[in-house]
Design a protein around this ligand. Structure first.
Ligand code: UGA
Length: 463
């Protein structure tokens, strides 16, 4: 089918590339001219595992094109809207980009179009879109509006798109529902060439859930808010563990054994970041408020998350006493591993607080340094984890990239001023760290000193 994707951010670009990968003819538009010209000349504007290869492959066979919004609207029988919905000062999602696209569709498209909102939007946006299109259409546009929320995680978005647990569509006409089913049929049937796994093993069949537009929109916001709630919950448990002398890793493991709870999203740390959870929780609170529902549970989720950064800095302060003039290494800047995205990254907030107290930051991240430099230029950016640690009083692990787990601790011990690791993600092996003479401090009551190395070996078990 001929499909258009409006917006080439993390979601739009993954959507366009993967739809082309499963056999559709896709036109992807981007309004940022610099980004568009990069895409047209084969340069990736962002880092996302597998995406570059997929794009290269589908462009070679002529199934993916980049260009303007106007051309995209003329191209596709179905148009996926994947533009940004950033937060406004009051927490509402800013829908102006979606409104702008709808206006162009209304003015330019002739004949039938299926218009699909994929950006995360407040419930009833589909209804607003329908109204807006009917007010502005001038050229005899016939259309359906459908919702198709994305559940892509940055860092694994290609895999999430091609091997999803569920595909949710919200459609209020049979024609729209049938078209969406047709678009996703290769994924539902698992009949496409998988660019990730050679000899791709059969995955669990995804569930294709077709519902009404309002419910589909709510599924997305409610899912993200629920996951954020899980994280804030375990972060509060971590605080409690610190006070009473328990180990949050053990507590989370024990809780997760109950299938009703499940083990995922119970990793405590420096709080959730990124461009989804913080803004989606805020927007969901506002939607509830406007609808007369007091969802104060989510206000607590947000508050707990905001306090994580200050709580972590307090831990650093406790250890280092005076921060002024102290050299501190920061490992990891992205809001999570396997992405270069630093939007709402807790690592950047932590650095700003430490700098405000006069600390000197030496930072390293495998992918996110270019983007971080634009946000916080007055940091010494280093070539690797070792260089960042040179002469420092503490190494802070703020994003759990795999390469930090594989550090040569004996080499690191020769570089630092003081052997102290503060692990904001509980990602490192305490045993490895302390057996090389470091003091280890994690989140949620976890600490270990070098003299404990032997006892850790004898008691440690892997979860
Ligand atoms: C999230 C959702 O997981 C996706 O399903 C959704 O499609 C996406 O938002 C979106 O709305 O577009 P993403 O923001 O890429 O995906 O990242 P997550 O893996 O969910 O992590 C979010 C934040 O929570 C990160 O800062 C991460 O470090 C933190 N986190 C996650 C924890 O602190 N603890 C955990 O146990 C899990």
């Amino acid at each position: 089918m001929k499909l258009s994707v409006i917006g080439a951010g993390y979601v739009g670009l993954t959507t366009a590339a993967c739809l082309a990968q499963i056999g559709h003819d896709v036109f992807c538009s981007e309004s940022d001219v610099e980004k568009l010209s990069k895409l047209q000349s084969g340069v990736m504007p962002l880092f996302e595992p597998h995406l570059e290869d997929v794009i290269e492959g589908v462009r070679k066979v002529g199934r993916l094109h980049f260009g303007s919004t106007e051309d995209a609207i003329v191209w596709g029988d179905a148009i996926f809207i994947c533009v940004g919905t950033p937060p406004l000062a009051n927490g509402d999602a800013d829908l102006s980009a979606i409104e702008g696209v709808a206006r162009v569709i209304a003015k330019r498209a002739i004949g039938y179009r299926l218009i699909i909102e994929k950006s995360t939007v407040p419930v009833q946006t589909g209804a607003q879109l329908r109204k807006h299109l009917s007010v502005h259409s001038t050229k005899g546009l016939k259309y359906d509006v459908a919702s198709n929320p994305e559940f892509l995680r940055e860092g694994t978005s290609v895999e999430d798109f091609l091997h999803p647990d569920r595909i949710v569509i919200g459609a209020d006409s049979q024609r729209a529902a049938d078209l969406l089913r047709e678009i996703y049929e290769p994924i539902v049937q698992q009949k496409f060439t998988c660019p990730i796994h050679p000899n791709c093993p059969k995955h669990k069949d995804p569930i294709f859930l077709a519902t009404d537009t309002n419910s589909a929109e709510l599924i997305k916001h409610a899912s993200n808010s629920f996951l954020a709630m899980k994280i804030s919950f375990i972060n509060m448990v971590a605080n409690l563990c610190e006070q009473v002398g328990a180990d949050v890793t053990e507590v989370a493991y024990g809780m997760g054994l109950d299938p009703r709870i499940g083990p995922s999203f119970l990793n405590p740390g420096i709080g959730f970041g990124g461009f989804c959870f913080p803004k989606d929780v805020q927007a969901f609170i506002r939607i509830a408020e406007k609808s007369g529902c007091d969802f104060s549970l989510l206000k607590e989720v947000e508050k707990i998350n905001q306090r994580r950064v200050e709580h972590f800095v307090e831990q650093v302060r406790k250890e280092l006493w005076v921060l002024r003039g102290k050299k501190i290494a920061v490992w990891g800047l992205a809001f999570k591993p396997n992405t270069d995205d630093v939007r709402f990254a807790p690592a950047l907030s932590i650095i700003r607080l430490l700098q405000a107290e006069g600390a000197l930051i030496r930072a390293y991240d495998p992918e996110a340094m270019e983007k971080a430099k634009k946000e916080i230029p007055d940091v010494t950016y280093c070539h690797d984890a070792y260089e960042a640690a040179e002469g420092t009083d503490a190494v802070l692990l703020l994003t759990e990239w795999e390469q930090f787990r594989k550090v040569d601790w004996s080499r690191l011990a020769t570089l630092v001023e003081r052997p102290l690791i503060i692990d904001g993600r509980n990602a490192l092996s305490r045993e490895d760290v302390v057996s090389n003479g470091f003091h280890y401090l994690g989140v949620g009551g976890i600490s270990a000193a070098p003299q404990m190395a032997k006892s850790l070996v004898s008691t440690s078990h892997s979860h």
